[in-house]
Every structure is written in C-alpha cells, then in structure tokens.
Design a protein around this ligand. Structure first.
Ligand code: PEP
Ligand code: MN
Length: 368
C-alpha cells in the first residue's frame, strides 16, 4: 500500500451525525457530466436535509453494453460540488484502483455495492487497500439474502482497522419479483440489527423499489423500523438519467418525500428495548406484507395465463390442473402441521380470485 493512502486522515468522531437522524444520503445513480453533478449538489443542498452527496463513478452493470460510469474523470466534479456546497461525498468502490482514486480526490466516505459484497475476494481486496486509512465505509447487503455474507463483509473491513462502518439495506434479488426491483426482506435487516446493534443501518429505497411511486412507502417503513438513515437517488432530469432512470427523483421531489416522512420522536432505542411481543408482532406484519406481495405476484401470473388461454382457446377452469393443486396442497399441509381444512379453504379462495382475474382479462380482450 502506498504512503499516500496511509497519510489520509479523517476526523469523524460523530461520523453519522446520529443527532441529525435520519441521516440522508442523496445524489444521482451515476455522475454523468460536470454540470449535472454541480446542479444536483446545489439543489440537494438547498433542501437543508441532505448530509452526504452520492454519485456512482464506476457502475457495475448487468450487461456490458450499458453505461458503465464516467470513471475517474468524474471525481474532480464531486470535489468541486463539495467545495461549492459543503456537502461531503461518497462513491462506490469495487477494487483497489477505485479506492486509490477516491482517496486522491478527497472522497469522504466509500460504499461497497451489492454486487461486490457477494464476493469475499473483492471485499478483501478493498479492505486490504484501506489498511491504515481512516475513512468511513458503508457495506450494502449482498444481492442474495445471505446475512452471514453481509456480516462477513463488515468483519473483513473491521479486521483491516476500519472504525466507522455503516450498512445499507438495498433489498434482495428475487426471481419472478414484480412489485419491487429488489425485495426488502425486513426480517433479514432486523436480524442484522440484532446481531450488530453497533453498526448504523441505512435503507436504500431507490434500489429496493426500482420505481418512484412506492419510494415514499418504503422510506416510511424504514423510518418506522428505526433505521438510522436513507440513501435515495436523485437526478435533475430523472427520465433522462443514463442509469436507473425509473427510480430517480428530482431534488425537489426528494424534498417533498422527506417532508412527508413521519418521524416519531424519542424512539432512539426502540428496537433494543422492545418487548418480545412487539418484536414478534412486527415480524408478523412484515410476513403479512410479504404474503400479500406474493399473492399479488401470483395474480399477475394468473392474468398472463388468462391471456394465453384466451389466445389459444383454452377454457379457464381445468379440472385436472385444479385437482393437482389440491393434492399438492394437502400433502404440504400434512408435512407442515397445517390442517387440511385450512389448506382447502385457502386454496379455494386463491383459486376463486385467480378465476375472477382471468375472467376480467377475457372480457377486456373481448372488448378490444
Ligand atoms: C447504486 O447505488 O447505484 C448501486 C449500484 O447500488 P446496488 O449496489 O445496491 O445495486
Ligand atoms: Mn443506481
């Protein structure tokens, strides 16, 4: 490791400004142009609620032909935005070269993205390049719902001597998911908090939702669960963003979202002091939400089946298929200690709703 890295000094005792909870991290998914970064930072600063300016410089994209970030040339733009607004900055790093460039350009905090947290080699490389450097680092949850991997990433940084570490819940990838982009598995984040109450927990509603219309709800939920802060993507012209256009909001819309949040006072220590009953009730609420989301996904698939049946002239109700579902349900009930009666009622009611939905699809198709 170079001397230049060792000499990086940051004095950040109260690095997460706990007294200013919720800690708000905002900024574009990606830095695109100098003007965009500067204008975003000025408009975010004007809200008076943002503590840290984010921008992706190197973007881990699923397909190689997507925009992969402007690279190190965007770092001076962030530096200038900081000088102009006083907002501290944070950038995603995935390898030593990124870490070195960020430190060269005075980035204040780093974050490790979900696609990097899944890879212990990559996290270890980042941790090794940070040995002897005093800079806060956030670790996003890995894309798969693996609590140990998330904790492991944090432990690797701790062993490299990083003192100020935060975690970010950005949801988990889930095949077939239609409501969220990355499903928030609140119970995993709460288990994280139980395991590491000393590590601040931030929620990233942008990557959880993947769309604007449910950002407010997810942000409120995080606040109700006593998260320490939020990371929300903000762009001056969201529809034209070079990455994650669907989920970004203007600084002013972000301002309204923050204004609308109901922040309950005096709940600082809620989670640790909660009664067991409260905790269990909260868990039930989250499970109910998950069940409803799954049911709504199921109905969407049922509608697709309805369209297929219509186009191929197949009747809606197919006895053989229905019998198959019942028999599978009964053996599931026996195996998991549920009564057969309950299972039949449950399946019948879901099935009725599916048929209704399919009939609606048929009617609509007939009208068009
Ligand atoms: C991001 O914050 O822009 C990002 C790439 O997030 P994640 O690692 O959560 O996908
Ligand atoms: Mn993004």
């Amino acid at each position: 490791m170079s001397e230049r890295l060792k000499t990086k000094k940051l004095d950040k005792k109260n690095w997460l400004l706990k007294d200013k909870k919720p800690f708000i991290i905002a900024g574009p998914c990606s830095a695109e142009t100098k003007d965009q970064v500067i204008e975003t930072s000025v408009r975010l600063k004007a809200l008076g609620r943002v503590h840290l300016l984010r921008a992706g410089i190197w973007k881990p994209r699923t397909r190689p032909d997507s925009f992969e970030g402007v690279g190190a040339k965007g770092l001076p733009w962030l530096q200038e935005a900081k000088e102009l607004t006083g907002l501290r900055t944070t950038v995603e790093v995935a390898k030593t070269k990124h870490v070195e460039s960020c430190l060269d350009f005075d980035v204040d905090m780093l974050w490790i993205g979900a696609r990097t947290t899944v890879n212990p080699f990559a996290v270890q490389e980042i941790a090794d390049s940070l040995r002897g450097v005093d800079i806060p680092v956030f670790v996003k949850n890995p894309i798969n719902a693996d609590l140990a991997l998330w904790l492991g990433g944090i432990e690797r940084l701790e062993r490299a001597g990083i003192k100020n570490i935060g975690s970010i819940h950005r949801g988990f990838s889930n095949v077939g998911e239609k409501y969220y982009r990355n499903r928030p598995q609140w119970q995993i984040a709460l288990a994280f908090k139980n395991e590491r109450p000393d590590i601040p927990l931030i929620c990233d509603p942008s990557h959880i939702c993947g769309r604007r219309d449910i950002l407010q709800d997810v942000s409120q939920k995080a606040i109700d669960l006593n998260y320490d802060g939020l990371m929300i993507e903000s762009h001056i012209t969201p529809d034209e963003a070079w990455s994650d256009a669907k989920q970004q909001i203007t600084p002013e819309v972000l301002g309204a979202l923050l204004e609308n949040l109901i922040i309950r006072e005096g709940k600082e220590d809620d989670l640790p002091t909660q009664t067991q009953l409260d905790y269990l009730r909260q868990e039930i609420n989250h499970i109910d939400d998950e069940i409803l989301n799954l049911l709504s996904n199921r109905m969407k698939v049922a509608k697709e089946i309805g369209e297929y049946k219509k186009q191929n002239n197949i009747t809606i109700l197919q006895q053989k298929r229905w019998k198959e579902i019942i028999s599978k349900g009964k053996s599931y009930a026996v195996k998991h200690g549920l009564s057969e009666e309950f299972m039949l009622k449950y399946l019948q009611s879901i099935h009725d709703e599916s048929i209704n939905q399919q009939e609606k699809v048929m009617k609509n198709l007939n009208q068009t």
